[in-house]
Ligand binder design. Structure first.
Ligand SMILES: Nc1ncnc2c1ncn2[C@@H]1O[C@H](COP(=O)(O)OP(=O)(O)O)[C@@H](O)[C@H]1O
Ligand SMILES: [Mg+2]
Length: 372
């Protein structure tokens, strides 16, 4: 390539950023390839036309013109904006306008560069969420220790109640009424024992052994178990492509998926919907940026539903033990607290994105180990 202009054109066309040069009459003078691709137009269909034409009058007058005018007045302009090109998804763009001066020092053109920063914005949102949760961890740990201590005491007491109950059952075999009363006591005792087990799971008192676990296998099994729990109006979809190895406890991971799946079902009980479970390997250098990351590669388990979703003030509290919006008898509020405890013990992270009416997505990150 002898020609300098050709070389610059080559560079501009290699960029994924949208680049254009617009003169003071708002007429396009140059555009790069990415720009043409985004507008689904050929270069010769853009150059020589006005920005109002390309972007439609409305958008030009209410949005673009003011930035161009600022730029023509000699200012660099920079802002971020969500925008949706026809036939594409909504994306976040970082847009910059640079004044182009001639030899006389007059601004004759504006160079406009737009960069797609959607992934970055989304990662930032996720990171904020995760950081908020890290701060919450301490609070959770305190509650966990307290609950765990109380649960331990209660476990002993309930053990005594059930033990005497069993013995008494043999003694009063003949007395039907007494036996009915006693069954009531024993039933309640058993339910208390289940609840205590859940609380102990959540608190760190029961530290379970961690082994190598093929998480894809655990997820598959859990999905199978979830299927019969769903109403016929709920569709389950599962995507996984790889075998992924983590260090952990398969029963607990299983429980995580069940708890999240059952919550998703509850959120869709009115109108049905779609429960999607996916598992993939992510390189957190690109996916999320975590200060406390233990490993570069994580298994990312996503569980999303198209149910009711939730408001931020609820989403902020869902991992707290005993937090529930369900009726008495329908929810214990322990499901997500247990999930949270399990993920922490696996040195993982969990985040939730949700909006009222727009469903929820729970993302779980668990550090991968090398296979073998
Ligand atoms: N997928 C979901 N969609 C909407 N809300 C949810 C979802 N998962 C959890 N929640 C909210 O979080 C609360 C706490 O969940 P959880 O800890 O499992 O307790 P429980 O299910 O017993 O209420 C629920 O009561 C509900 O308000
Ligand atoms: Mg639940």
């Amino acid at each position: 390539m002898e020609d300098m202009e050709q070389k610059y054109e080559f560079i501009a066309n290699a960029s994924k950023d949208f680049m254009s040069l617009i003169d003071r009459n708002y007429i396009y003078k140059a555009v790069n390839k990415a720009y043409c691709d985004a507008h689904k137009k050929k270069r010769e269909d853009i150059i020589g036309r006005s920005a109002a034409d390309i972007w439609h009058e409305d958008r030009f007058n209410n949005n673009i013109k003011q930035y161009l005018d600022k730029c023509f007045a000699g200012n660099e302009v920079n802002y971020e904006q969500w925008f949706q090109f026809d036939g594409s998804e909504r994306q976040c763009y970082n847009v910059s306008y640079y004044p182009y001066y001639n030899e006389k020092g007059e601004v004759t053109h504006a160079a406009v560069v737009s960069r797609d920063v959607t992934a970055y914005r989304q990662a930032e949102e996720e990171r904020n969420m995760l950081e908020m949760q890290l701060r919450q961890t301490q609070k959770m740990e305190a509650i966990g220790q307290l609950a765990g201590g109380v649960a331990h005491e209660f476990n002993t007491l309930v053990g005594i109640i059930l033990g005497y109950g069993d013995m008494l059952q043999d003694e009063i075999y003949e007395n039907i009424t007494a036996r009915q009363y006693l069954n009531g006591i024993i039933d309640a005792g058993r339910r208390a024992r289940t609840l205590i087990r859940q609380i102990k799971d959540f608190s760190r008192l029961d530290v379970l052994e961690h082994k190598k676990v093929w998480i894809n296998e655990v997820v598959e099994q859990a999905v199978k178990m979830l299927t019969p729990l769903m109403a016929s109006t709920i569709e389950i979809r599962y995507h996984a492509h790889e075998k992924l190895l983590i260090l952990g406890n398969s029963n607990q991971i299983h429980q995580v998926i069940l708890n999240l799946g059952v919550n998703a079902r509850d959120a869709m009980s009115e109108i049905g919907g779609l429960l999607e479970i996916s598992l993939e390997k992510v390189d957190i250098d690109y996916d999320i940026v975590l200060k406390d990351a233990k490993s570069r590669y994580y298994a990312k388990l996503s569980i999303s539903d198209s149910g009711t979703g939730m408001e931020k003030k609820i989403a902020d509290r869902i991992f707290e033990p005993f937090f529930t919006t369900k009726n008495v008898g329908e929810g214990s509020g322990m499901g997500l607290a247990i999930v949270y405890g399990i993920i922490k013990r696996h040195e993982g992270f969990i985040s939730v994105k949700s909006e009222p009416g727009a469903g929820s997505i729970f993302n779980i990150y668990l550090p991968l180990i090398k296979s073998g």
